[in-house]
Design a protein around this ligand. Structure first.
Ligand code: ARG
Length: 582
């Protein structure tokens, strides 16, 4: 049990003794340590229904509470109960945490099965910054959910059946450079797509030819299908290389095309059940009429009031759309995978799309915990959407290359003794870690400014700062002549900095589950920064290897060990690795 859980359970027992029944008496971490470590306002809430004085009720509760020396209590203000955890209790719990391979983190997921839909770039189009955010956030959320006891299925729902294939097919047949395709397929496909796209904008015949290619592909033309397959394969290979560098993996890659066969039947089913109807030749889903207008994704407010805002699932020409595929995907994930929850890590501009398909799926009888985990944009230093100098979308590969290059420079300056190979490896870990942490330490809804200097700074709210903290701790252990067994040490916490470091390490088990309440890895990132700062204050105030007593030295070493384990574990859940030296 975490400290919070232990205190909550003792408080629950005490209330039961006083009022004669089990009541809810929640305990929360105090926002300010001057009021102790934890706090409960249960006496105030309960006094209202019991018509008693809240301070008097709080007093009777703390008169009977059995905390076994865990914490001191005090009543504050109108009836808050504050708990100040005793240093000996921190010491005991920290020792337990050291011995626990879960580092004191309870498993809250209960084996619930969650499909995480993230990354999902579009084939033959470049991966852009929106996909970067989705990839990093989705990977971290998957890691955290897995560790917290969910059964996680990572699915990369790539866009492998879009209208872009009209252009690609046309370009493949007219301007493809086979040698370039051989050496860098993703770049060549992108060039082809861009050139044809530009031509089609100027020349209506080219546009018409592209449309014909697409129609042929969709109606099963063997030659076009062959080219399409090849494009998808090449793109996947290219993507896989990026995911490898990012240390991101998927259990499935069921892209849009996987659902093609299911779409005609799905539309018929929606029609048959009266969930969709024809409108101007197209098949549309309209409001279910069960929600007030301002909450109904199928209603929209225009100048003259509320009006319909349908989702098309089959166009008049027979084509299917993004919404059709996503409904088929929900069906598959629920029926085939028994998904309890589905998390979509996709940018905020798709909010309406997801509200519509969640509502339509529920009316269709497909129920799961649907969450659209959205995020804002990445801005350049000019605070406008991040673009390259030529105005193109910034590409993930280029971002990674530059991050690593910059990290390499910084490392060469800081630690010229590292051998070439180690320096290269450390630069990868630091550069990629910096990009990921810059993303994950932001509230996902903020539009954050992408700044190389800021994300790579050794002093700042950055991955390199955390990695350096870890490296600093490990270097202490390298100075020992013998192996150190932290788990057999008795902890003595005397200095306030020692107490505070233990307090923060123990918070790990309380913070981590809160990350999933609103799918916000930044809560973990912020916590890790706080932990690192607590370590540095401790290290400044308390000599470790030169402590004057050996029991204190060992206790401090054990605290160092604990801090480094929590740091690297927490960073691991953000997908950020730690080097041993840097
Ligand atoms: N390929 C889409 C895009 O790039 C994202 C897909 C997200 N997942 C989904 N099930 N719709 O915008």
């Amino acid at each position: 049990m975490t400290l919070l859980q232990e205190i909550e359970s003792a408080l629950g027992d005490a209330f039961e003794k006083v009022v004669g029944e089990r009541v809810t008496a929640p305990v929360v971490p105090s926002a300010d340590l001057r009021f102790g470590d934890y706090q409960s306002n249960a006496a105030m809430a309960l006094a209202k229904t019991q018509r008693t004085n809240p301070r008097a009720l709080a007093q009777s509760v703390i008169d009977v509470i059995e905390l076994g020396g865990l914490a001191e209590t005090e009543i504050a203000g109108p009836g808050f109960i504050n708990f100040r955890v005793a240093p000996a209790a921190f010491a005991k719990k920290a020792a337990e945490q050291l011995a626990d391979e879960r580092l004191g983190v309870p498993a809250v997921g209960d084996g619930r099965r969650v499909v995480v839909d993230f990354s999902a770039p579009n084939v033959a189009k470049p991966m852009h910054v929106g996909h970067i955010r989705s990839t990093i956030l989705g990977d971290s959320l998957s890691r955290i959910a897995g560790f917290l006891g969910y059964e996680v299925i990572r699915d990369n729902h790539i866009g492998d059946w879009g209208t872009q294939f009209g252009m690609i097919l046309h370009g493949w047949k007219t301007i493809l450079d086979p040698a370039a395709l051989e050496s860098d397929p993703v770049a060549e496909l992108l060039r082809v797509y861009r050139e044809v796209n530009a031509k089609a904008k100027e020349d209506a015949t080219v546009l018409a030819e592209c449309k014909d290619e697409l129609v042929e592909l969709q109606s099963g033309d063997a030659a076009n299908l062959e080219i399409w397959k090849r494009c998808v394969e090449l793109s996947k290979e290219g993507l896989q290389k990026i995911y490898d560098r990012l240390d991101v993996s998927f259990d499935h890659w069921l892209g849009e095309s996987f659902y093609n066969d299911r779409l005609p039947g799905l539309v018929e089913d929606f029609l048959g059940r009266g969930l969709a109807r024809e409108d101007d030749g197209a098949v549309c889903i309209f409001s279910g009429g069960n929600l007030p207008d301002d909450q109904d994704p199928f209603r929209i407010h225009k100048e003259d009031g509320w009006t319909d805002n349908p989702a098309i699932i089959r166009k008049a020409d027979g084509g299917f759309l993004y919404a059709t595929t996503d409904l088929a995907t929900i069906d598959y994930r629920i029926e085939e995978w028994q998904a309890d929850e589905i998390w979509y890590v996709v940018g905020a501009p798709q909010q309406l799309h997801f509200r519509q398909i969640f509502d339509a799926a529920r009316r269709w009888g497909k129920e799961a915990g649907f969450h659209h985990i959205m995020f804002g944009s990445i801005l350049g230093e000019d605070r406008k959407l991040m673009k390259t100098r030529s105005g193109d979308n910034v590409q993930l590969v280029d971002v990674l290359d530059e991050a690593i290059e910059r990290a390499a420079k910084a490392i060469a300056e800081k630690n010229p003794e590292l051998g070439e190979e180690e320096a290269r490896e450390v630069s990868e870990i630091v550069g990629i870690g910096a990009v990921k942490f810059a993303e994950l330490s932001q509230h996902r809804m903020t539009d954050y400014v992408f700044s190389w200097d800021r994300m790579l700074a050794l002093q700042g709210d950055t991955a390199p700062y955390l990695q350096y903290s870890y490296v600093r701790i490990r270097s202490i252990f390298r100075k020992l002549d013998a192996a150190f067994d932290a788990e057999s040490v008795e902890l003595v916490l005397e200095a306030p900095e020692e107490v505070h470091l233990a307090r923060l390490a123990l918070r790990y088990g309380e913070i981590l589950p809160t990350v999933l309440e609103d799918h916000r890895p930044n809560l973990l990132a912020t916590y890790l920064l706080e932990l690192a700062r607590a370590f540095h204050s401790f290290f400044e105030a308390c000599p470790v290897l030169r402590a004057d007593r050996s029991d204190i030295r060992d206790s401090r070493l054990a605290l160092c060990e604990l801090a480094s384990r929590v740091l690297s574990h927490g960073l691991g859940l953000l997908g950020v690795r730690c080097p041993e030296r840097m």
